[in-house]
Design a protein around this ligand. Structure first.
Ligand code: ATP
Ligand code: MG
Length: 644
């Protein structure tokens, strides 16, 4: 490109020295400096770097015609005027020259004046083309700059939307941008009121506040309504001024739809009241882009407010629920604690606990053990008596990908009732003992005081068997009552392996009768526990009795023991009928029997209640597992006696 302030240059490629001399004279006289080339190659080189104000060349050079060579040169320098020297009047060449758009040609006879006219005309044409080119480029540059500004504005708006949660701010920014970018006077964002079926103004620019507040537009017979119905932009230009609503007269207006998943939920529009036309195509483009931003903002706000509503709801539930709730993450850090939980644990109600390791927060030993057992094969439940006597049933539930929830349910009243019931049962069973002993005594005396026949003897035997059953039951109840009331607290160092072997020996015949195999898996050198030996015998015997009773012929029963830090773990596992999952929670309750156990199977449902009482009075834990089809596994954990 040659600018006005640089001197015009003429490039000459003319093999005939006479012609070249004449052209040089003419060109120099019209103010051009001259560059001469001798062949196409040097001319090509020059043209590759510069664009002369005029190119004078001959149609024919010693190396051949320049016509084919010139074509690409002209494509690269479209504004460069060319003065073509045709040696002879060749019709075919003349024709091609015209087709190339080269208007300036000259041929012999060479007349100075005529040459001068051609050169002047060619130079003028060249400078006209250059002017036009510059104007064109300037226009393009302006448009590009404008587009760049728009893009920048849009980017800024995008940032506002992602960084601001205030919907009002975002929508106002969108309408303001719409007005600025389209050069309009007013802008509005109308949304559909689903209750009234009208459009209202959610955000406006350059409208009076009152107008915005009271603006209501039916969707029938209105322009905005038609956008809502058709989903297509509407353009109103100066030629068709219309009254939109009553007080809203515009000269030019563009409305575009706001579409959320294919449904039109509102309208974004700009208008000019006083005159000045909007460029419809550009305005529609800008508004459609902004409308998408508006929809994203509305959607974000929807998600956010839904989220807040859900969160508030959850918080309200957790704050008012009558259970304590703590949630810990996978690193066992506290992430949630509701007021009841902090009250139960005697912790101040504030957020300073959040994020701390749960073992720093929980002081009571049973709860620490419960949490310490996460991921291990331990019980997920513990009854914890807080200071002040409240009893909490604490349940730990692992939650995949979150961590675990600890729920605390106040069972003080149940415990109280349980105690009253136990006391009652204990008293009654105690009082039943003497009459039962009396009945047995008198029944034994019957055949001593006179003859009885065979049938009477049979009846007496039955009475004796039944009374013995009742006596056993009463004995169980009395011993349960004693354990619960912590009577007979005798503590000795007890070798559980010896107890287990002793009880197993006692029951050998019973196992044998059912073809059951009893495996004892007991390591050597088992440390002792501090316990009541009689109660320990009772415990093992109840567990083995159950395993034997609820395992069909030919089954296998395993009694295993192991030591884990300062605890002894005793497990009785069988291959029997198992316990239905619904019953698992209740088998430790008195008189509870599983739904899968027939009433003909002997038993009163006291065995596991006794086991639990014994274990708890020894500060231990007991739990039962029964995977479907996998028999039953009862585990007892007892603290080891301290080694002195
Ligand atoms: P009792 O022990 O007083 O003679 P019981 O065996 O029915 O009677 P528990 O020992 O307390 O009572 O057991 C309660 C219930 O738990 C049983 O009735 C049975 O349904 C279930 N149960 C206990 N141990 C087992 C086991 N090893 N296999 C299957 N079910 C069992
Ligand atoms: Mg039993």
């Amino acid at each position: 490109m040659t600018f006005n302030h640089t001197p015009p240059t003429a490039l000459l490629l003319l093999p005939d020295p006479v012609v070249e001399h004449l052209v040089k004279q003419v060109v120099t006289a019209s103010g051009c400096s001259v560059i001469t080339c001798t062949d196409r190659q040097s001319a090509s080189q020059y043209l590759a770097e510069r664009s002369p104000s005029l190119f004078v060349l001959a149609e024919r050079l010693p190396e051949g015609s320049t016509l084919d060579w010139l074509e690409p040169v002209l494509r690269r320098n479209p504004a460069m005027p060319v003065l073509f020297y045709m040696g002879k009047k060749e019709n075919a060449a003349q024709q091609r020259v015209l087709e190339m758009g080269l208007v300036f040609t000259f041929s012999p006879p060479l007349l100075y004046q005529e040459m001068q006219q051609r050169v002047t005309a060619a130079l003028r044409r060249g400078s006209q083309l250059q002017d036009w080119g510059q104007r064109h480029i300037r226009g393009n540059t302006d448009r590009l700059r404008q587009r760049l500004d728009e893009l920048e504005t849009m980017t800024r708006l995008g940032q506002t939307i992602t960084s601001t949660l205030n919907l009002d701010d975002v929508l106002r920014a969108i309408v303001e941008t719409a007005v600025d970018l389209t050069g309009s006077e007013e802008g509005s964002l109308l949304l559909m009121d689903t209750e009234t079926g009208e459009l209202y103004m959610r955000a406006g620019r350059n409208f009076q506040e009152d107008f915005v507040r009271t603006f209501r537009l039916p969707i029938t017979d209105t322009l905005a309504g038609s956008v809502l119905r058709s989903g297509q932009p509407v353009v109103l230009d100066q030629n068709t001024p219309q009254k939109i609503k009553t007080s809203y007269l515009v000269h030019s207006l563009v409305y575009v739809p706001l579409k959320l998943r294919g449904t039109v939920i509102g309208v974004l529009g700009v208008d000019n009241r006083t005159g000045g036309m909007l460029d419809p195509d550009r305005t529609i483009k800008v508004l459609l882009a902004l409308a998408e931003y508006a929809v994203i903002a509305l959607q974000n706000a929807g998600i956010f407010s839904d989220m807040m509503a859900e969160r508030n709801q959850l918080q309200a539930i957790l704050a008012n629920i009558q259970d304590g709730v703590l949630v810990i993450d996978l690193d066992e850090r506290l992430i949630l604690m509701n007021p009841l939980a902090s009250e139960a644990l005697g912790l101040e109600q504030n957020s300073s606990w959040l994020g701390r390791p749960i073992l720093d927060v929980l002081e009571p030993e049973p709860l620490r053990q419960l949490v310490g057992g996460i991921g291990k094969n331990n019980s997920n439940h513990v009854d914890w008596t807080a200071e002040g006597g409240r009893v909490w049933s604490v349940q730990l539930t692992p939650i995949p990908e979150v961590g675990a929830a600890i729920t605390m349910h106040d069972v003080s009243h149940l415990k109280k009732m349980d105690r009253i019931k136990s006391e009652f049962v204990h008293t009654v069973s105690h009082d039943l003992r003497s009459p039962l002993t009396a009945i047995l005594g008198y029944v034994e005396l019957i055949d001593r005081v006179g003859p009885v026949n065979e049938m009477q003897r049979n009846f007496i035997k039955r009475v004796q068997a039944s009374v013995q059953n009742i006596t056993r039951l009463v004995d169980d109840l009395v011993s349960l009552g004693q354990i619960e009331a912590s009577f007979d607290l005798s503590r000795e160092t007890v070798r559980m392996d010896q107890i287990a072997r002793f009880v197993a020996e006692e029951m050998v015949d019973e196992f044998h009768a059912m073809n059951q195999t009893l495996n004892l898996v007991i390591p050597n050198e088992l440390p002792a526990v501090l316990a009541d030996p009689l109660q320990m015998r009772q415990l093992v015997s109840h567990l083995l009795d159950n395993a034997h009773k609820y395992t069909p012929d030919g089954g296998t029963i395993t009694l295993a023991m192991e030591v884990d830090t300062n605890q002894l773990i005793l497990v009785v596992q069988d291959t029997g009928v198992g316990i239905p999952s619904l019953d698992l929670l209740y088998v430790f309750e008195k008189f509870y029997r599983g739904a899968n156990v027939s009433t003909e199977t002997s038993g009163t449902g006291l065995g596991l209640a006794i086991v639990k009482s014994i274990v708890e009075s020894h500060q231990g834990r007991v739990w039962v597992e029964s995977p479907p089809g996998g028999g039953t596994r009862v585990a007892v954990v007892l603290p080891l006696a301290r080694q002195s």
